[in-house]
Design a protein around this ligand. Structure first.
Ligand code: ADP
Ligand code: MG
Ligand code: MG
Length: 375
């Protein structure tokens, strides 16, 4: 139910909208890592195709994603994406390098990706352990949207480097990391693809056959939009269609973040309200291990989406605006969804509005100090 892969293009692309950026650019082809200086210290993550370790590279703390040889295709894809020109962005995990090694247990070849280490780990872990206030919520959402918007964007630098739009194809709260400053970085580019109109762009023509077989088998079931569940992705414009698949998943991630924002429960209810425990999207409806048919019936046939607490459906501007952002972005009509860049802008507006509300409340308190139970 996805697009088929096409050969790499040789002629220049035509694009409607290209971002021009200045020639002062970070290096975009990191060198290979010297294995002698790399020491794996602690297992910190176990994904579908490999294990992630906290490690030391020289005296720098790094994360290392280890792929077994049978998963080399995923390593090659993720490495190719990380090495794309102009991929560096503060909201995309930093790629440091790669190397090969022999497994200690069976001496088979393993493939290693070295990334910046993020101590707080995944957004899902973070949300399980912590709640957030309104500003922290905005920062988590806006930085994630900004990272995805950059991934999706086309950039033509004045020095001739060209970034093709990239679709992630597995946006979920396990594949987003929370940095120490409270902003997020998009990670796990194992399924990501460079796209242009109706084509996937690869540097390796020989991979066409193998790549096309996994194109039909990507993403995380719980985060799949109706058109993917129905096998109805518009393959003629896979660039737009797959960006819309990503924004649907981003909307579910925004729901996860907002569900842990204490201020949202306080705005519409008691001033000392605390967000309830973290839940996955659709966990309330489908539990922890739904089948494909369960998700398809709920999301596509019944057109259901994660629920909001009843008291959020109030007339308070922030609530209405946030709910509208999520509802527009998980619309069953894929073309009606907001772009990631638009979500970034709207959350920026919301943050400014909240800031103004806070300062006018402060002013109110100064004028009338007796009314100290108002927000
Ligand atoms: P997979 O492709 O196998 O899903 P991921 O890249 O998503 O692998 O990594 C799996 C888990 O490892 C993540 O959900 C996260 O908890 C942890 N992880 C991945 N990269 C990092 C990193 N750079 N810093 C800290 N933790 C990480
Ligand atoms: Mg992952
Ligand atoms: Mg992955």
């Amino acid at each position: 139910w996805y697009v088929t892969c096409s050969r790499p293009i040789n002629k220049p692309v035509t694009v409607d909208q290209i971002n021009l950026i200045s020639p002062a650019l970070p290096p975009s082809k990191p060198s290979t890592v010297d294995l002698d200086h790399l020491h794996l210290l602690q297992l910190i993550g176990h994904g579908r195709y490999g294990m992630v370790w906290r490690a030391e590279l020289g005296n720098k703390e790094v994360a290392v994603k280890v792929f077994q040889s049978q998963h080399k295709l995923y390593f090659d894809n993720e490495k190719e994406i990380f090495q794309s020109d102009l991929l560096s962005h503060e909201n995309i995990i930093q790629f440091i390098g790669d190397c090969e090694s022999h497994s200690e247990t069976d001496s088979c070849l393993e493939y290693l990706l070295v990334l910046a280490y993020i101590p707080s780990g995944s957004l899902m872990n973070f949300l399980k352990e912590s709640t957030c206030n309104f500003f922290e919520m905005c920062r988590l959402v806006q930085s994630t949207a900004r990272g995805l918007a950059y991934l999706h964007s086309e950039v033509l630098a004045q020095n001739g480097l060209h970034k093709f739009p990239i679709v992630h194809r597995d946006v979920n709260s396990r594949n987003i990391l929370v940095k120490n400053d409270g902003s997020c970085a998009i990670s796990d580019l194992g399924f990501a693809k460079r796209v242009c109109g109706s084509r996937f762009i690869s540097e390796n023509e020989d991979e066409e056959e193998e790549v096309s077989s996994f194109i039909t088998d990507v993403g995380t079931l719980r985060y799949m939009p109706p058109e993917v569940l129905d096998g109805a992705v518009n393959i003629r414009d896979c660039e737009s269609a797959l960006k819309q698949v990503d924004t649907y998943a981003l909307a579910l991630v925004i729901w996860e973040i907002t569900s842990r924002c204490n201020d949202l429960y306080r705005l519409s209810g008691r001033l000392d309200a605390v967000a309830p425990a973290y839940m996955l999207p659709f966990e309330a409806e489908l539990g922890l291990h739904p089948t494909f048919d369960n998700v398809k019936t709920l999301v596509s046939t019944n057109n259901q989406r994660p629920q909001f607490p009843v008291q959020w459906r109030s007339n308070i501007f922030e609530m209405k605006y946030l709910i509208e952002i999520m509802e527009d972005s998980w619309d069953s009509d894929a073309e009606a969804r907001l772009s990631a860049a638009c979500i970034d802008n709207r959350i920026g507006e919301l943050r400014r509005f909240w800031q103004q509300r806070q300062s006018s409340n402060q002013l109110q308190l100064q004028i009338n100090p007796a009314d100290d139970d108002e927000i």
